[in-house]
Write a protein that binds this ligand. Structure first.
Ligand SMILES: [Zn+2]
Length: 647
């Protein structure tokens, strides 16, 4: 031990005591528990608690206002900050608020070698906690704080289906990566069921322990003006489509209610106020119209801009909510259907918040790039709000590569954009759940970088990840692997391959990437945990290589079908192509099933089969067949039995 370090544990023993002020709340107490837990896990030593301040060897954990502040360096300007001071006789972790205390503890534990790269959902893949009978910390003092006030994680395990064990693992991980909020997304029919489940399974308790705020319930406005409660008596409250009043919500594409109807608005707002009274756990009341829902088409609604109507409704609603619970932040999503365009006449009153959501952005592009196609729209929307968050789909598999290349450029430049533009919240969406392991780097950085910017940038973090998670030997190779995969010059390859649309150059690239993984497999072999982790990477890449070139078979069939319709090509040959393609899809599906059985966060069976193989492979084939059937009905000179023999 050098003179600039302070020994905390020696040979599995410690004489240090832990002091938490009597006035400490549950978050500070949880922070102290975390410190005791991990110090024990690393060294085997147990930090005993001290119920009074003593003079020597004392670790003090608490909020700044509860501690002797004269001896502490100044806090750093920002949010959820903390100060740490390590001296030979005293270690202080002082939070600017309770969350800051918890983050301070995690900072100290990271300096002792702990890392939380993935949520604890795979029992074969433990968190990175070093083993060492002796622990020492460098002497010094430092203060940290977040650059971005709100950092929300739209959790895949709180989206539409709730499995409590998964939720707890993910929200634990969220707090460790400096998220200060999580988002719950619910279809309107299940809101009461979800709230009950979160209460009774202890999810709310776990959130409160970590100071995590809750956003929700999302695309759920039909809950607040239910068809079954009001339609029969007041059909005119409901949205008009095709000259008929429609149920609120319902099958896609849904119709929103008629926001030109005063009585409908009054009832809607009264129901929202009632909900806020009953559910104080919700900090960010996120009210979004039915997903993909269209505005009412009545004459009055058509005369007013859809955005203006929403702005006026939210202005009024926010005034009312302020009186009921001033801490609740009413929120909705501009930049997203049905309010993509900024308002024309109405102006938000500053009492509610926008979350900008650009579904479908290619993460080659950052919001700060001059060629980001919606930059003007985003900047104009942001200018209307005091509180404005940006939702990024860093882990949405509807349009992101499923195997999780790191978005090195977007993650860095987006955060810089938020800071430059005074964006108050970074909001990261993950969906569906089944790819949680693949998504982890992007989700993790979505919380961590808005906290630590400009330090701990994505490139330095991916190196740290590779070395600590896969071990120094394999990590050196894999650091380069991730840097190449996540480099903007290569990123489009991942998008194409994930859709099954890889070209020959892409295939060469991914085959070479596979040889890097293979080398990492050899280097990790002596360590079973490192080896297992590399095998998960290999599993994702092997499936990618199988899927990557295959959709060209479907597009080829579509082309030949056009030729057949034009009478220039043989239908029998096309039927054979379709049968072969079906056999290929069946093989891919079987492989997905086999891999998904591992439940290790690499493959989502439901998603790959539904969103990729059904939607973009099987369904287009069905469409081709329908066209062929129609064609053959009209051409009796080619009897069906000839075709049948080829099926
Ligand atoms: Zn209307």
């Amino acid at each position: 031990m050098s003179s600039t370090t302070v020994s905390v544990v020696k040979d599995g023993m410690t004489s240090w005591r832990l002091f938490v002020p009597r006035s400490a709340g549950q978050v500070e107490r949880f922070a102290a528990d975390e410190l005791i837990h991990y110090v024990n896990m690393i060294s085997g030593a147990t930090l005993q608690r001290s119920d009074r301040r003593r003079n020597t060897k004392l670790i003090i954990v608490g909020v700044r206002s509860d501690l002797d502040q004269k001896s502490l360096p100044k806090p750093k300007l920002g949010f959820d900050g903390y100060t740490i001071s390590v001296s030979p006789e005293t270690i202080v972790i002082a939070g600017d608020n309770p969350r800051g205390v918890l983050y301070g503890v995690y900072d100290l534990l990271e300096r002792l070698g702990c890392r939380w790269y993935h949520p604890q959902l795979d029992p074969k893949d433990p968190e990175v906690v070093p083993k060492s009978a002796s622990l020492a910390l460098s002497m010094g003092e430092w203060s940290e704080s977040a650059r971005i006030e709100d950092r929300y994680y739209w959790m895949s395990s709180l989206a539409f289906t709730i499995v409590p064990e998964r939720v707890v693992a993910q929200l634990d991980w969220a707090a460790k990566n400096r998220y200060n909020g999580v988002s719950w997304q619910c279809v309107w029919e299940k809101i009461d069921e979800h709230l009950n489940l979160m209460h009774f399974s202890g999810i709310f308790v776990q959130m409160q322990k970590r100071g995590l705020q809750l956003d929700g319930p999302g695309h759920s406005m039909p809950y607040f003006l239910k068809t079954q409660d009001y339609f029969d008596e007041h059909p005119d409250w409901f949205g008009l489509k095709n000259a008929q009043r429609q149920p609120h919500g319902g099958p896609w594409p849904a119709t929103n209610y008629c926001t030109s109807n005063k009585e409908a608005n009054e009832t809607f707002m009264a129901n929202v106020v009632d909900f806020v009274r009953k559910n104080p756990e919700i900090r960010q009341l996120d009210l979004i119209p039915a997903d993909g829902g269209r505005p009412c088409e009545c004459l009055l609604c058509q005369q007013r801009h859809a955005t203006d109507q929403t702005v006026e409704l939210f202005n009024e609603l926010s005034e009312r909510l302020e009186k009921v619970n001033p801490d609740v932040i009413l929120t909705t999503v501009p930049g997203y259907c049905p309010i993509e365009l900024p308002p024309e006449r109405s102006v938000p009153n500053g009492k509610w918040q926008g979350i900008y959501a650009h579904w479908g952005r290619n993460h080659k592009c950052s919001y700060s790039d001059a060629d980001y196609p919606r930059r003007q729209n985003l900047l104009v929307w942001a200018s209307y709000f005091k509180r404005f968050q940006v939702c990024s789909y860093y882990a949405a598999n509807s349009h992101q590569p499923f195997f999780g290349p790191p978005f090195l450029h977007a993650l860095k430049a987006d955060t810089e954009f938020y800071i430059e533009q005074g964006i108050t919240g970074a909001f990261v969406l993950e969906y569906p759940f089944g790819f949680w392991w693949n998504n982890s780097f992007n989700v993790r950085m979505g919380g961590l970088y808005p906290y630590y910017c400009p330090d701990r940038d994505p490139v330095s973090e991916i190196r740290d990840y590779a070395i600590h998670y896969y071990g120094a030997e394999a990590g050196r190779v894999l650091a380069q692997y991730f840097l190449m995969l996540g480099d903007n010059r290569n990123l489009e390859r991942s998008y194409r391959a994930s859709r099954g649309e890889a070209d020959a150059g892409d295939m060469d690239f991914f085959r070479e990437m596979r040889t890097m993984i293979k080398r990492a497999e050899q280097l990790a072999e002596p360590n079973p945990i490192h080896s297992y982790r590399v095998s998960k990477l290999a599993m994702g890449m092997d499936f990618l290589l199988q899927l990557a070139p295959t959709r060209s078979r479907i597009t080829a069939i579509q082309k030949v079908a056009e030729e057949c319709i034009a009478g220039r090509s043989d239908v029998v040959e096309l039927r054979t192509m379709i049968a072969d393609a079906r056999a290929m899809i069946a093989l891919l599906e079987a492989e997905v099933e086999r891999l998904a059985a591992a439940e290790n966060g690499v493959i989502s069976e439901e998603w790959l089969k539904g969103w990729i193989l059904k939607r973009t492979y099987s369904d287009p084939l069905l469409l081709v067949e329908k066209k062929l059937d129609g064609l053959q009905e009209n051409t009796p000179e080619k009897p069906n039995h000839i075709v049948d023999t080829n099926l």
